[in-house]
Design a protein around this ligand. Structure first.
Ligand code: NAD
Ligand code: MN
Length: 360
């Protein structure tokens, strides 16, 4: 019997509602398996912890989760704490501390979901966005001087390194190669950003030679937003910088029906550290504490977590349960135009997961 050690970090806002829901699904799964189980440890880090201790997580917090097999994360963000404090103090601290340099964001239109692209079938929209997750525009390098004076100045310097770009390109080409269409689009902005993005393009070309069976093309980031809407089927795997992919993946989630559905994995492909899985949405201040959050993004993240652990059958079973539930409009939450609660959706997914026991 395999025991997987999972750290749960609900964080703030609806993270506190969807992460326990994700844990319930994993527990339901484990009840039907005689080949694996989970050992959960919960960490109450986030804005409440900050109000009490002045930091979002303990300074040696990474050591408490370093030996976990995976992390299930909710959201960092609170109405009363500045966003850069919550984000850098918790989520980015984990992503950077564990060098989770590949952020993977699949998008599909799930059954029963009314997506805004009316001319688009679910077959047309099946993307994975690979986001560079360790440097670029979010490297954290910069400064601010002369605060409050007319001569005040501030910089956020985008850092691109050859090592950083090579590894994310190699990851993206490999992922594209593993998908049926073997198609990769490299997002760039090398017309306007003439140093780092030109290196980005050159490295894409260099790495492409290692993957002769992958078809690839380049698209400027601004043009790619139009392409996502006008020609969704021309895209499959997409690789982009930290900022570009951040924006494109929210667009992708909305095109697939809701931010509440979209999952992500912050992956350390070398498996030196635990990888972290989370819905892409934030704390959703407008609905937090009401039991109305859509837990599907977290459940899909749980699917990615299971795949990362190598539990592919279990992952498929959770995904099938999710798709059965989304196909039923009476189980849609408010973001999808329905009236269902987090608890109802969770109970429905858990019941389906438990229905057919996994083979040993
Ligand atoms: P948000 O994702 O929290 O909310 C945007 C909109 O989508 C809101 O109307 C919200 O109700 C809705 N929504 C999001 N997830 C939903 C779900 N599961 N079910 C139903 N509706 C859902 O984004 P925001 O408003 O830009 O940010 C709020 C806070 O969250 C900020 O503090 C921000 O910094 C933080 N944030 C954190 C993360 C993270 O930790 N990964 C990501 C994004 C935003
Ligand atoms: Mn984002």
């Amino acid at each position: 019997m395999n025991t997987y050690r999972i750290a749960t970090i609900p964080g703030d806002g609806i993270g506190k509602e969807v992460v326990p829901a994700g844990k319930e699904v994993l527990e339901a799964l484990a009840r039907t398996s005689n080949s694996f189980k989970f050992e959960f440890e919960n960490f109450d880090w986030g804005a409440d912890y900050y109000r009490e201790h002045g930091v979002m997580m303990p300074t040696d917090g990474l050591d408490a989760i370093r030996n976990k097999d995976a992390i299930l994360f909710g959201s960092a963000g609170d109405p009363d704490v500045p966003d850069h404090v919550t984000l850098w103090g918790l989520r980015l601290k984990i992503c950077q501390g564990f060098d989770q340099y590949a952020n993977v964001r699949p998008t599909r239109i799930l059954p029963g979901i009314d997506a805004p692209l009316k001319r688009c079938t679910p077959e047309d929209l099946n993307w994975v966005i690979v986001r560079e997750n360790s440097e670029g525009e979010y490297s954290g390098v910069g400064g601010r001087v002369h605060q409050g004076h007319p001569i005040e100045a501030a910089t956020d310097v985008s850092i691109m390194t050859r090592a950083g770009v090579e590894r994310i390109m190699r990851f993206a080409f490999r992922l594209a190669q593993s998908r049926p269409r073997k198609l990769l689009t490299v997002i760039t902005k090398s017309n306007a950003q003439r140093h780092a993005m030109v290196m980005w393009d050159e490295i894409a070309l260099q790495i492409s030679k290692e993957f002769p069976d992958v078809k690839w093309d380049k698209e400027l980031v601004d043009a790619s937003t139009a392409r996502m809407i006008n020609r969704p089927a021309s895209l499959d795997t997409i690789v982009a910088t930290n900022l570009h992919a951040d924006i494109l993946s929210d667009l992708a989630a909305a095109l697939a029906g809701s931010l509440g559905i979209a999952p992500t994995g912050n992956i350390d492909p070398e498996r030196r550290y635990p990888s972290m899985f989370e819905p892409i949405h934030g704390s959703a201040f407008d609905i937090m504490g009401k039991g109305l959050a859509n837990p599907i993004g977290t459940f899909w993240s749980v699917v990615m977590l299971l795949e990362h652990l190598g539990e592919f059958e279990a992952a498929k079973r959770v995904m099938r349960a999710v798709e059965t539930v989304t196909a039923d409009p009476s189980l849609h939450t408010g973001d999808l135009g329905g009236k269902a609660t987090t608890a109802q959706v969770t109970a429905a997914v858990c019941a389906l997961v438990e229905k057919v026991p996994v083979a040993a």
